[in-house]
Design a protein. Structure first.
Length: 114
């Protein structure tokens, strides 16, 4: 009897799975075409709500700071530097950020489009 999971726990786990599947769907959609850029401005067509919460949190921190390295962003998001480096590089691949090396540091910036 102690190994049985209660109804509330089952519902909680199903909701977690649904969220994870939704995040994966958004990630796949973003990789396919969402960040391809609008035909008129070339700017990526993204909204924070379209991003998985982890990437949206990083992008919001970037908007607040303007530019920074993974350490600066990790202080803003209160996550580890290595986790932020992964998210920052994902956002670069999606076209939302750019990066530039200055000495040993890699600075990330919001992508600017003409």
């Amino acid at each position: 009897m102690s190994d049985m999971i209660g109804h509330e726990e089952i519902v909680r786990r199903l909701m977690m799975l649904e969220k994870r599947i939704s995040d994966l769907e958004v990630s796949l959609k973003l990789g396919a075409d969402t960040f391809s850029g609008s035909p008129t401005t070339g700017a990526p067509d993204y909204r924070f709500d379209d991003l998985p919460t982890s990437l949206a949190r990083t992008l919001r921190a970037m908007h607040a700071l303007g530019e920074g390295d993974a350490t600066a962003i990790s202080k803003k998001t209160e996550r580890s530097r290595s986790v932020e480096a992964i998210y920052l590089n994902q956002l670069v691949r999606l076209g939302a950020l750019t990066r530039a090396r200055t000495g040993k540091k890699v600075l990330f910036m919001i992508a600017r489009f003409c």
